[in-house]
Design a protein around this ligand. Sequence first.
Ligand code: ADP
Length: 500
Amino acid sequence: MLMRRGQDIGAHRGRGGSLRRRLVVSMSLLLAAVCAAMSFATVFTQRDYLREDLDQSVSEAAERHQGALLRLWTDDATSLGFLRLRGQPVGTLGARVDSSGRVLTAGVVTDDGRLRVLSAAQRTALGGLTANGALRTRVVPDLGEYRLTALKVDGNSVIAGLPMADVQRMTNRLMVAELVIAGIGLTAAGCVGAVVVRRQLRPLGRVATTAAEVARVPLDRGEVTGLSRVPERDTDPATEAGQVGVALNLLIDHVESSLAERQRTEERMRRFLADASHELRTPLASIAGYAQLMTGGTGELDPELAWRRVSAQSTRMTGLVEDLLLLAHLDEGRPLCTAEVNVATLVAEAVWDARAAGGDHIWQVVLRLDASVTVAADHARLQQVLANLLANARVHTPAGTRVTVTAEATDAECVVRVHDDGPGIPAKVLSSVFERFTRVDVSRARTVGREGGTGLGLAIAAAITRAHCGRIEVRSEPGDTEFTVWLPLTEHALPAGRRK
Ligand code: ADP
């Protein structure tokens, strides 16, 4: 399922990023909207300005017409002579209107500076203007749009007008120019934007590739190592893509370490089960063998010896099963029966027991602590820690070995050292000596009681110490082996002056 998803990511990436497309399109649309708004604002402002200018010119022309008529042609109601005066711009329109509003005559200044009289149809377009100087737009046939105004002249009125073609032309030209510039600008901005966006999003593409590669790896079985990581250049936390890269790498680190831990746990569990089965199979096979021999009634076998062997193997099996159960309980974190345990007494008793069991060794105890020093502990379990360490010092060393147990206390801890001058633990097993079923003599054929060794003694000692929030360490070389156990003191074990 995950692998499929990994392939899907790859496939979608191949088709090109829709995010990239969307970003470029949105950017272009935004730019287009801004350009359009700017263009329209410019064009309309310019057109208004030009129209105002035209209106001003039209008003001035009307005043000129009015002045000229008042001064010169008031007697002839149809004279357009005022249009022939110097300085009339090309296209200037003039008309005379009687008091009833009828356009009597009208003319326009042509390109060559002459006066052309307007037709009746053209004159009709000029009708109905109020002589109050207000400006109007009218379409005069064949002449196009005109801005017109009318002023009174002795009871009649005069019309003046100028063509809007120039304003229109300039507005159109401006609009075309704006469109061309906006088009070029937009295309350029789109191209630059596409390049920039593509460049900025490239790291995200590489991050996606890494994610796809990891998703394709089968994580549900076997050892998982060497998962792909986002390349370092794509993990700059100053960039958004870099932050995604960093986060993905952290995730992959986490996944890899969790899977490695799971793999180690499974491996330990498998080894543990195999070793435990093997340890139990040996005495079982032995018991089965003796049982068969006894049932067969073979004369060679001394029944008493057979029973002794069966009993020894049963004891060994019981011990092994008890050890395994204890380890399982400690692994579970079952609560211990905690009480105040006097350290000096504990150590002294453990050494006495060991001396009784190993008379061919030299046993020494050094107590460098106050008789009142106690630890909050499970008495039986702590006894077991010391018993295991002392049994090892007895079993794995030759006769005549000196074993010294020292107990001392610091401000917060009590320290118990079990030292012997035996041959020591070989370097190759020293680092794993606290692991379950670690033994120097790996021959699983030995089955004689505790001396046979199950390889669980130190594992149990370590687990019990950990359960008491303490720690255990070992150093060993030939003639100098020392196990050190640290345990936290109970509060009242502190010297009187420091008690809370
Ligand atoms: P075992 O049941 O074999 O004693 P342990 O876990 O107690 O299992 O010890 C693991 C191994 O460490 C032993 O088999 C032994 O080889 C080695 N060992 C432990 N203590 C000593 C020691 N004091 N001197 C030499 N070897 C030791």
